[in-house]
Design a protein around this ligand. Structure first.
Ligand code: SAM
Length: 283
């Protein structure tokens, strides 16, 4: 396990993932009933974009920093407010270049009644995560294999919530594991929102993955993708994707509006491409 998210925190892929998570949580918060967030590959929870790792790649400059600095049209600013508001508040309280990973973002948007489960296998990352979120009584940090957590913790007691599966993609077979985890999650938590993140590097692999997901025949599966660079080699990230099972009914339109506005800011050619479409639409 060599992957460290600190090198990539706040990059365009993080922005699209976290903006989507924030819209899903905002929707869930419309009902008073508690929800649960299960983040199977949680990372360190909180990042310093002025730290050595982030500065080494500079990836956040084309991501969150550009979006924060932009003068966004009103509907887009409004849709992004939960996400960007959480980043700005964190910067006011914790330091000017801080950035919330999915755990800190989820907790920032959560309410007193909501519960949060974060799995992180890497020892040092987990220690950082404990430090970042362990003080919050709503959160539990586990040193559990995130792939096993899917079956182990579903369905949550609250019977509503989000499962985020965001693996590092450093081992072969992770697309296959995502598909299998989605199938398990759909069986055990049929009403839950499930978000799977995947890198876009090699287009054939991504096409095959989408086909495998569609073949599961799950009721409502949304695909959200952005390209922010040309495909150059199979080792370089050219885009970022999410498969979302049971998305809020407003999500497809919201993400189209948000990403159409912000992806040109983040894309290397100043345009980028956005794809939001249903893999399966269901009844
Ligand atoms: C892409 S990062 C997570 C980023 C985080 N979800 C966010 O959005 O801020 C993936 C994390 O998964 C951890 N990891 C790798 N394999 C794991 C496993 N089998 N179970 C749990 N965590 C794992 C890595 O150490 C890494 O911190």
């Amino acid at each position: 396990m060599n992957y460290r998210h600190a090198f990539h925190a706040g990059n365009p892929a993080d922005v699209m993932k976290h903006a989507t998570l924030a819209r899903v949580l905002t929707y869930l918060a419309k009902k008073d009933n508690a929800y649960r967030v299960i983040d199977t590959h949680a990372g360190a929870g909180l990042y310093d974009l002025a730290g050595t790792s982030a500065m080494k790649t500079g990836e956040a400059e084309a991501g969150i920093e550009r979006v924060l600095a932009a003068d966004l049209p009103e509907p887009v600013a409004q849709l992004l407010e939960p996400y960007l508001g959480a980043v700005r508040t964190l910067r006011e309280t914790a330091g000017p270049r801080r950035y919330p990973g999915s755990p800190a973002l989820a907790l920032a948007l959560g309410r007193p009644q909501d519960r949060f489960l974060f799995c992180e296998l890497h020892g040092e990352e987990r220690q950082k995560l404990e430090k970042a979120v362990g003080h919050d009584a709503r959160a539990k940090v586990l040193s559990q294999d995130g792939w096993k957590a899917v079956a182990a913790h579903l369905p949550p007691r609250e019977r509503r919530g989000v499962l985020l599966i965001d693996p590092p993609f450093e081992e072969a077979g992770e697309f296959g594991r995502l598909t299998a985890a989605l199938e398990t999650a759909a069986q055990r938590f049929a009403t839950g929102v499930v978000m799977l993140w995947y890198p876009i590097k090699d287009l054939m692999t991504v096409d095959a993955f989408r086909r495998d997901v569609a073949r599961l025949g799950l009721p409502k599966t949304l695909r959200v993708e952005i390209d922010f660079a040309e495909v150059r080699s199979q080792s370089q990230l050219s885009g970022s994707g999410l498969i979302i099972l049971n998305p809020p009914f407003t999500l497809a339109e919201e993400m189209r509006t948000i990403l159409t506005a912000i992806n040109p800011l983040m894309a290397r050619d100043g345009k980028g491409r956005v794809r939001v479409s249903w893999l399966t639409q269901g009844a």
